[in-house]
Write a protein that binds this ligand. Structure first.
Ligand SMILES: NC(=O)c1ccc[n+]([C@@H]2O[C@H](COP(=O)([O-])OP(=O)(O)OC[C@H]3O[C@@H](n4cnc5c(N)ncnc54)[C@H](OP(=O)(O)O)[C@@H]3O)[C@@H](O)[C@H]2O)c1
Length: 341
C-alpha cells in the first residue's frame, strides 16, 4: 500500500451521490471539490474549456480525480445532456492530463448497457455505443464512458469506471432530493388508483416478469465508491477496470408494485404486467390525470441483469442489500419528501 493520505480532486461532490461520498473520502484523503457555485470549493464549470481553470497550475497536486459530475435527467434535451455528460467528461480528462493526475475514477451508470432483448446479463465490457438509446441521458453517458475507455496520456496509470444502478434514498432514513427511478411507480399508481374502479379486471401496469431494477441505496453506492477509490490508489491499480455497482438480483416489477400498493393502502388490488400499457388506458389516464410517468416506468422496468461477480470479489458477496432489506426506509424517505413539496 502507498503510505500517507491521497490527494483527491472531486467533481460532482455537491450532488445527491456526492453528499454521501464526500464524508467517506475525507476519512482517509485530502479532498478538493470542484463546483460551479458552492462556496469553499474550487470554482470550475466543466462545460467550459479547461473548466475555466488553469489546469497546469494544478500539476503534481493530486493523486486521483474522482469524476462524478453529470446531468441525471431522463427528460433532458440532447444538447443539455451532451454538454454536461460528454463535454464535462472531456474537460475532466483534460484537467487530469494537464495536471498529471495518475488515477482517474469515472462514475458512469448501468444505463450505458441496457441491452434489453439482446443479452440477458450485461457484462462490464459491454457498451452500447451503436445502439439506439431510449433517452439522451443514457446515450451521452455511454459516449462519456467510451471516451474514458479510449483516453490515453503518459501520466495516466489507471482508469476505473464504476456503473452505479438506480440510486434511491439511504438505508437509514431513505432521504431523497427528488422523485426519480422507482418512486415514479408510487406517483403513477397514486393517480391510476383514482380510476381503478372504472376499469374492467385487474389493473394493467407496465413491466415484464423477467426484468429486475438494479436499485442501490445512495449510502451503499457511496461506500463502494470510497472503498474502490482507496483501493485503486493504495494498491496502485494499473490500466482499465470497469465494475457494476448493482445488486446481485434487483427489484422485480411484481415486487415493486406489490410493495407500492401495500404502502398506498391498496394491498388487495389485483394487477397484470404488460410490456406496454395499452393506448385505451394511457390516453384517458393522461387526460384525466394530467400525466402518467409511462416513459420513465417503461425505461426503469427494462433493465437486464448486471454481472456483479468482480465487484463481489473485491467488496464481498453482501456489499449491496436487496430491496426487502431497506423497504421500510425507502417508503419513509418517499413520504418525508412528498409531505414537504
Ligand atoms: N442518481 C442516480 O440514480 C444515478 C445513477 C447512476 C449514476 N449516476 C451518476 O452519478 C453522478 C451524480 O449523480 P447525482 O444524482 O448525484 O446528480 P446531482 O444530484 O444532479 O448532482 C450533480 C453534480 O454534478 C455537478 N455538476 C454538474 N454539472 C457540472 C459542471 N458543468 N461543472 C462542474 N460540476 C458540475 C454538480 O455540482 P455543482 O452544482 O455544485 O456545480 C453536482 O455536484 C452522475 O454522473 C450520474 O450520471 C446517478
Amino acid at each position: 500500500m502507498t503510505p500517507g493520505r491521497p490527494r483527491i480532486l472531486v467533481s460532482g461532490g455537491t450532488g445527491f451521490l456526492g453528499d454521501a461520498v464526500r464524508p467517506l473520502l475525507e476519512a482517509f484523503a485530502d479532498v478538493t471539490l470542484i463546483s460551479r457555485k458552492q462556496p469553499g470549493c474550487l470554482r470550475a464549470d466543466l462545460a467550459k474549456w479547461d473548466g475555466g481553470l488553469a489546469p497546469e497550475t494544478l500539476r503534481g497536486k493530486f493523486d486521483v480525480f474522482l469524476h462524478m459530475a453529470g446531468l441525471y435527467d431522463l427528460r433532458a434535451t440532447k444538447r443539455e445532456a451532451h454538454t454536461q455528460n460528454v463535454v464535462g467528461t472531456h474537460t475532466a480528462l483534460t484537467i487530469t492530463q494537464k495536471a498529471e493526475i495518475p488515477h482517474f475514477v469515472h462514475i458512469s451508470t448501468v444505463a450505458v448497457a441496457m441491452s434489453a432483448g439482446t443479452a440477458p446479463i450485461a457484462r462490464t465490457d459491454q457498451l452500447e455505443s451503436l445502439r439506439t438509446f431510449p433517452d439522451a441521458y443514457s446515450e451521452t453517458k455511454a459516449a462519456a464512458e467510451q471516451m474514458v475507455r479510449t483516453w490515453s496520456s503518459p501520466h495516466l496509470r489507471s482508469r476505473l469506471i464504476l456503473r452505479p444502478g438506480v440510486l434511491v434514498g439511504d438505508q437509514r432514513e431513505g432521504k431523497i432530493h427528488r422523485i426519480d427511478g422507482p418512486y415514479h411507480a408510487a406517483e403513477g399508481l397514486r393517480k391510476l388508483l383514482r380510476i381503478a374502479s372504472l376499469l374492467p379486471g385487474p389493473l394493467p401496469l407496465p413491466g415484464r416478469a423477467d426484468r429486475f431494477m438494479p436499485i442501490v441505496p445512495v449510502d451503499v453506492a457511496a461506500d463502494a465508491i470510497a472503498r474502490l477509490v482507496e483501493l485503486a490508489w493504495g494498491d496502485q491499480w494499473e490500466g482499465l477496470r470497469c465494475l457494476h455497482l448493482a445488486p446481485a438480483k434487483g427489484l422485480s416489477s411484481q415486487e415493486l408494485y406489490t410493495s407500492t400498493l401495500r404502502h398506498l393502502g391498496h394491498e388487495g388490488q389485483e394487477f397484470i404486467l404488460m410490456s406496454r400499457l395499452p393506448d385505451w388506458l394511457v390516453k384517458p389516464a393522461a387526460e384525466l390525470l394530467v400525466r402518467f410517468p409511462q416513459e420513465e416506468l417503461e425505461y426503469l422496468l427494462n433493465f437486464p441483469r448486471y454481472d456483479t461477480r468482480e465487484t463481489e470479489a473485491i467488496l464481498g458477496a453482501n456489499w449491496c442489500p436487496e430491496f426487502r432489506d431497506f423497504e421500510k426506509e425507502f417508503w419513509r424517505g418517499y413520504e418525508a419528501f412528498v409531505s414537504h413539496r
